[in-house]
Design a binder for this molecule. Structure first.
Ligand code: NAG
Ligand code: NAG
Length: 328
């Protein structure tokens, strides 16, 4: 029940104050955390409960924390890790997101945080300071996973769409905020009677029955991830088969050319046909699909880090693909 009431509270908060929200909105992060929670193994769940004591073990509560500390000097290093601004990216004509070896960006942030979590999963923290390091790495990891699945966090044009004004019904907004929150909030309101839990249930149902490729989401494509061995944390992250941030950034960035920026116009009302397309069958329910991918991939990585010996029921896997998701 806590889950449901907290997401409702977030939803109504977002509805009245979308201007104040940046990065994948609090609602998006809450939803990805809730999806991920459903796919954790019992052992991973126990580990997470220990790490996230101040959040009652809930990923959904912890996932927005990096935005809350974003202005603080001691977390300045993390600011560039919320985004990936690929050089040469010019959507919708040309999309590219090459890995920047040892760069300070969303992709490297995920390698960095996963390496930290892995280190402390193997040798559990013994001091409050070490525990704090692990807790923060987990919170950043959750958050950066949501961000990397928001197409405008992987796009260089107009500061990730923050400086691309749009019309949204009678109000004005920008492309970035619309992808962060406006489309999610409106979809919940219009199709799910303003009930975030129903929206969440629908996402899980789509993952089980509609997105036929869902069982491949946790496998890394070796070609796209070839550069992963060059990341500065490779000695720790190379064994984690479900961690593929280079691929995720490329795939999400490609959506900027196929959907997000197509026919951009500051005078268009995005709350009509564009909204219908991005939240409906014409795009395979793209907005919900990205939330699902983020959530399921969070769970896969956390299971691999915190419960490496789990013998799980396997989902279908493609040849050479990764194991690791509990069956739906
Ligand atoms: C990696 O994470 C640490 C905190 O654990 C931080 O101090 C450092 O700046 C990060 N570096 C990059 C490139 O992400
Ligand atoms: C973009 O605009 C063109 C011309 O109006 C139209 O044919 C096309 O379907 C539009 N594409 C999208 C994705 O909106």
């Amino acid at each position: 029940m806590r889950l449901i009431s907290s997401v409702v509270a977030v939803a109504s908060f977002i509805a009245v104050s979308t201007n104040a929200v940046y990065a994948y909105g609090a609602l998006g992060h809450t939803l990805t955390g809730q999806i991920a929670q459903q796919f954790l193994t019992p052992k991973t769940t126990t580990q997470i409960q220990k790490i996230l004591q101040s959040y009652d073990g809930l990923l959904s509560g912890a996932a927005s924390w990096p935005d809350q500390v974003r202005g603080l000097a001691q977390y300045k290093w993390a600011t560039p890790l919320h985004f990936f601004n690929p050089v040469g990216d010019q959507p919708p004509d040309h999309c590219s997101a090459d890995y920047v070896v040892a760069g300070s960006d969303n992709v490297n942030g995920l390698f960095n945080m996963t390496a930290t979590m892995r280190k402390w999963a193997i040798t559990p923290p013994t001091t409050p300071k070490e525990s704090k390091t692990l807790e923060e790495a987990l919170k950043f990891f959750l958050h950066f996973m949501g961000d990397i699945h928001q197409p405008l966090h992987d796009s260089s044009r107009d500061r990730g769409g923050n400086q691309a004004p749009i019309r949204w019904g009678k109000t004005k907004s920008n492309l970035h905020s619309m992808w962060d929150t406006l489309m999610i909030t409106k979809d919940i309101k219009d199709r799910f009677n303003d009930d975030p839990q129903a929206y969440l249930d629908d996402i899980i149902k789509l993952a089980k029955t509609y997105w036929s490729d869902a069982s491949t989401w946790t496998a890394c494509d070796p070609i796209k991830n070839a550069d992963a061995s060059k990341n500065p944390w490779a000695s720790t992250t190379k064994d984690i088969k479900t961690l593929c941030p280079i691929q995720w950034a490329m795939d999400t960035n490609a959506l900027d050319c196929t959907y997000v920026w197509v026919n951009y116009s500051s005078t268009r009302d995005y709350s009509t046909d564009y909204f219908q397309q991005m939240t409906g069958p014409q795009s395979n329910y793209l907005v919900q699909r990205l939330l699902a991918q983020a959530g399921i991939r969070i769970a896969a990585v956390l299971n691999e880090v915190f419960d490496p010996s789990a013998k799980l029921p396997l989902t279908k896997r493609r040849p050479g693909g990764a194991r690791l998701l509990p069956d739906y």
